[in-house]
Design a protein around this ligand. Structure first.
Ligand SMILES: *[C@@H]1O[C@H](CO)[C@@H](O)[C@H](O)[C@H]1NC(C)=O
Ligand SMILES: *[C@@H]1O[C@H](CO)[C@@H](O)[C@H](O)[C@H]1NC(C)=O
Length: 421
């Protein structure tokens, strides 16, 4: 009896998250527990006096086993309702795993996503029992594109489809599934040795242009690709080769000034939306390692950065940074940090930056574009919540020559992460 009510108690606890229908089940369960226990109490407390009582007891025992049967039936019912609820929860959250039973799902996708039992059973250190392939849950929303992506000849050349891959990533399908095909290669002739590679122009021939509007760096340099990349592939003319060492206005901090604020403790850094990798290049000249986070939106950023001898990280800003807590001495970000949408969305990014930055490390917000005063206020309030020390803080207007000569608000700041206990 005791164990029966215990199980029900457990069921009740787990049902707390659910809604109306589960409350009804709860009541029903409670009722049956009480009835069962009452029957038991009645049966065991009445003392047998004669033959009649003996019969009564016999009947009661029969009735109890009948009730027990009923209870276990109800428990089974609860179990299945719980499973149904979990399923509903999954659907509500959009975490429904990809439906592989559909007819048009690529075979390679099925193979990749199949769970594999560990050959030696449960792993004692990690507690896992099976290997699960990692793929973004939002891939389900783009199931057709995903199947298209996974449709290739095994051990053959991969389709020329990195723009399809990037489209999936931008729809939240990240990480992408692995593939068993050979990505197209380009002979990387004329790569320069480091550190000469940092400032040498990169040949049009060693990057992939498929899926891009421009087919040359000359074409890219005539366009404003983003706020953080205006002519950023031109390492010879223009301003790119002066960024971080020459200021155009009070919002531009010089790299050596910022490093001095870190009192010699800056060695590794992370640059978010780092364009063509110039920040990492300037840091490399100072013997510091910077990882540049970029996608290939409208330009071959990743290949360009790699050709400079720097480390490109192909990852969207929606993805949790693949680094452990408190590891970076410096995080640099410009307007590319703006993820748009609700303020909470930006908060998730800011908290993740905070996580990977070590205490005492610097967060350099570089010419962050605030579309209006309100946005600037919200951002300021958010930053202040983190309790960083403001080593530098400059709000400046800049006249955007490209757009109608209108004045715009930019925030530049160097902030130091505190030790939290
Ligand atoms: C057992 O159940 C029967 C009907 O199923 C009922 O007539 C009888 O009174 C019950 N006996 C006891 C001891 O509760
Ligand atoms: C970088 O490291 C090299 C090799 O250790 C050294 O020769 C050079 O002076 C360093 N440069 C700077 C700016 O510290």
């Amino acid at each position: 009896m005791g164990s029966v009510s215990l199980k029900i108690g457990d069921g009740t606890a787990r049902f707390k998250r659910a809604t109306l229908c589960s409350s009804a089940v709860n009541l029903l369960m409670l009722f049956s527990v009480i009835t069962t226990n009452l029957f038991a109490l009645y049966a065991f407390t009445s003392s047998p006096k004669d033959q009649q009582t003996y019969h009564l007891l016999h009947h009661t025992q029969k009735n109890i086993s009948l009730i027990s049967e009923q209870v276990s039936l109800i428990l089974r019912e609860i179990d299945s309702s719980q499973k149904k609820l979990a399923q509903m929860e999954k659907e509500l959250l959009g975490y429904e795993s990809i439906d592989l039973s559909r007819s048009n799902v690529a075979h390679e996708l099925k193979l990749f996503l199949q769970h594999h039992q560990l050959p030696l059973g449960k792993d004692s250190r990690t507690g896992i029992t099976e290997m699960v392939a990692s793929v973004g849950h939002s891939c389900e929303k783009s199931a057709d594109l995903l199947s298209q992506y996974m449709n290739y000849k095994v051990s053959g050349p991969c389709p020329d489809d990195w723009s399809l891959a990037q489209k999936l990533i931008l729809r939240g399908c990240e990480p992408l599934p692995r593939r068993r095909c050979f990505a197209k290669t380009l002979p990387k002739v004329g790569l320069n040795p480091f550190p000469i590679s940092l400032w040498k122009p990169v040949s049009d021939k060693i990057v992939t242009w498929s899926g891009l509007g421009c087919k040359s760096f000359e074409c890219l340099n005539s366009k404003k690709l983003s706020r953080d990349c205006v002519g950023c592939f031109d390492l010879v003319n223009g301003f790119e080769n002066q960024r971080f060492v020459k200021a155009r206005g009070k919002n531009d901090f010089l790299i050596d000034d910022v490093l001095a604020l870190g009192s010699g403790g800056i060695r590794i850094g992370f640059d978010i939306g780092g364009g063509s990798g110039t920040f990492a290049a300037r840091m490399a000249e100072r013997n510091m390692t910077v990882i540049t986070n970029t996608l290939n939106i409208d330009a071959p950023f990743s290949e360009f950065i790699a050709a400079r001898g720097l480390f490109p990280l192909f990852l969207s800003l929606d993805h949790r940074f693949p680094f452990y807590d408190n590891v970076f001495d410096l995080v640099h970000a410009a307007s590319g940090l703006d993820v748009g949408g609700k303020p909470e969305k930006f908060e998730f990014v800011m908290f993740d930056i905070d996580r990977i930055l070590r205490p005492g490390g610097l967060f350099w917000l570089d010419n962050f574009y605030c579309s209006n005063e309100e946005k600037k206020r919200d951002l300021t309030r958010l930053i202040e919540r983190f309790g960083y020390k403001k080593l530098k803080w400059v709000v400046g207007d800049k006249v955007d020559a490209a757009a109608s000569g209108k004045s715009e608000v930019y925030l530049s700041a160097v902030l130091q992460k505190p030790v939290r206990v």
